[in-house]
Design a protein around this ligand. Sequence first.
Ligand code: PHE
Length: 337
Amino acid sequence: LKNAALTKVAQAEDEQQLQEIRVAYLGKKGPITEVLRGMGQLSPEERPKIGALANEVRDQIRIAMEEKGSILKERAVAKQLASETIDVTLPGRPVSQGTAHPLSAVIDELETIFLGLGFSIEEGPEIESDYYNFEAMNLPKDHPARDMQDSFYFTDELLLRTQTSPVQARVMEKHAGRGPVKIICPGKVFRRDDDDATHSHQFMQMEGLYVDHHVSMSDLKGVLSLFVKQFFGAERSIRLRPSFFPFTEPSVEVDVSCGICSGQGCRVCKQSGWIEVLGAGMVHPRVLEMSGFDPNVYSGFAFGMGIERLAMLKYDIDDIRHFYTNDVRFLRQFKGV
Ligand code: PHE
């Protein structure tokens, strides 16, 4: 009996089998219990001998089972560890990385350049009053120059701003007639245009304004020249052409000399060697006055540029609609820009 039990214990392959053996040999209905139960029928001389023998057999089986049990437990743990190990040498799943939108990248770059020149960043509302968008910019209600910017009106007094220039008036008012004011204002603007490769009913501008004692046209030229060299490349230069804006006098269009364009040759400056990039001028005395600055004490310059246009020139992009259609094949090209 003992040997049979010990052999079975040795052969047991898992804890369940071991448990079955325990029930079979040591359980209430097992042979050893039976022997011990039948002791009463034995003679007094036999009793201690048989009793001792039965106990010994029971203890030996128990010990064997305990030993086997701990071996099986160890084996089970080892097996689980082996099946759950992580192979750290396997290649990982690639995580696709997003890119900054080209407009965001250009705005970041513009802000960095102008912060370096001592400008601070201001923002204004996209839904603007007729007063700030036009009147405070020296465009009274029936002024024909309003036609330059077809507008989306909500009411007679409220519209989607057509330019970032109203931020000039808002910030000057806050300064209550005391300079200096040296700000840039990037943001969305809206005009009633039919969308095509070069027009979008929504686009972005960045306004610049510097008002202080003795600000002159040469300050304007210096700042814009530095900006163009940092943004487009040190070999670029600017030229100013006379122009008209109601809020500046004199007014200029600013052209940049053509460099070597990236990509498949130079699409933009075919003949003249110059491309227009922005509008600017000396702040009109009426504009200073309406926003609380004394034009006999203060002077200033202002400029406004289209951010898409700058991005299109810099990255040789041929259609403004690319910025707003979110084709990932377009956007992915700006990795690391
Ligand atoms: N607001 C003008 C436009 O949208 C640009 C501009 C800004 C011109 C500031 C001169 C000075 O056309």
